[in-house]
Design a binder for this molecule. Structure first.
Ligand code: ADP
Ligand code: MG
Length: 250
């Protein structure tokens, strides 16, 4: 689904991503791992339109998407989850979902005010969709709770839920399990697998927890120092000497 060809991203003289070529296959869950500072988040941000690459190309289903802004990628079904922004934390879980379609930025909030009447007409459909998402994720019992009051894991599920309000095709998750306890990590993992199997989402996930990666991913890409070191099945990756060395070397 996504093909990166020779991506470079330089910050001044520093090569955060240094010639990455890789393929993220449609319909799969692909893991992206590597030591801190390997360039994983930077690569995600290049693919998701947050950063323009210094050079190189990104294609999605054969179309060049290099440098497209996030809202255009969003419209094509390419989503990167973001933490629930401060301004949304006082809104209910349900409201957080209902304001997603149409964009992922503060623009959405603006549209809610400006196009109040249009929104009202769409509201019933959105409400039904949000309810479906809440049930899918097991969050129906907290639908009226302020998003800011959710536990860390529930917030992560809500972030995932926001991707379900639009027609997502590929979702990029950057350390979705960070700071989440084992039980919730498992719940998040289950939701990812079900979205993949039942709703056809393609995923690319950055995660440090190797058990999580091994359980979820069809294949794993390893980055170190801005380059791709290896790609393969989780079981082979953990035995790869270059991979072991990259982790031990930091
Ligand atoms: P990872 O996600 O693999 O831990 P990052 O992609 O966040 O790594 O960072 C890779 C390297 O690029 C790090 O050394 C980081 O300090 C540097 N870096 C990331 N973003 C910027 C930026 N906006 N400006 C300067 N350096 C950056
Ligand atoms: Mg990172």
């Amino acid at each position: 689904m996504i093909v990166c060809h020779d991506i470079h991203k330089h910050f001044g003289g520093f090569h955060a991503v240094d010639g990455v070529s890789l393929t993220i296959p449609a319909g799969a869950i692909t893991g992206l791992i590597g030591p801190n500072g390997a360039g994983k988040s930077t690569l995600f941000n290049v693919i998701a339109g947050v950063h323009r690459p210094t050079s190189g190309t990104v294609t999605m289903a054969g179309e060049d998407i290099t440098g497209l802004p996030p809202h255009q990628l969003f419209a094509r079904g390419l989503l990167r989850t973001f933490q629930i922004a401060h301004e949304f934390s006082s809104m209910s879980v349900l409201e957080n979902l209902m304001m997603v379609p149409g964009g992922q930025s503060g623009e959405t909030l603006w549209n809610t005010w400006v196009h109040r009447r249009r929104i009202e007409r769409e509201e019933e459909g959105l409400r039904a969709k949000a309810q479906d998402v809440l049930e899918f994720l097991g969050l129906a019992h907290v639908r009226e709770e302020r998003a800011g009051n959710l536990s860390g894991g529930q917030k992560k599920l809500l972030e995932l839920g926001r991707t379900m309000m639009v027609d997502a095709r590929i979702v990029f998750l950057d350390e979705v399990g960070a700071g989440v306890n084992r039980t919730l990590l498992r719940t998040i993992g289950d939701a990812i697998v079900r979205l993949n199997k039942e709703r056809g989402y393609t995923f690319c996930v950055i995660e440090h927890d190797m058990d999580f990666i091994a359980r979820l991913c069809d294949s794993v890409i390893v980055m170190a120092q801005g380059k791709v070191l290896a790609q393969g099945a989780p079981a082979d990756i953990v035995r790869d000497e270059r991979v072991i060395e990259a982790y031990l070397g930091t």
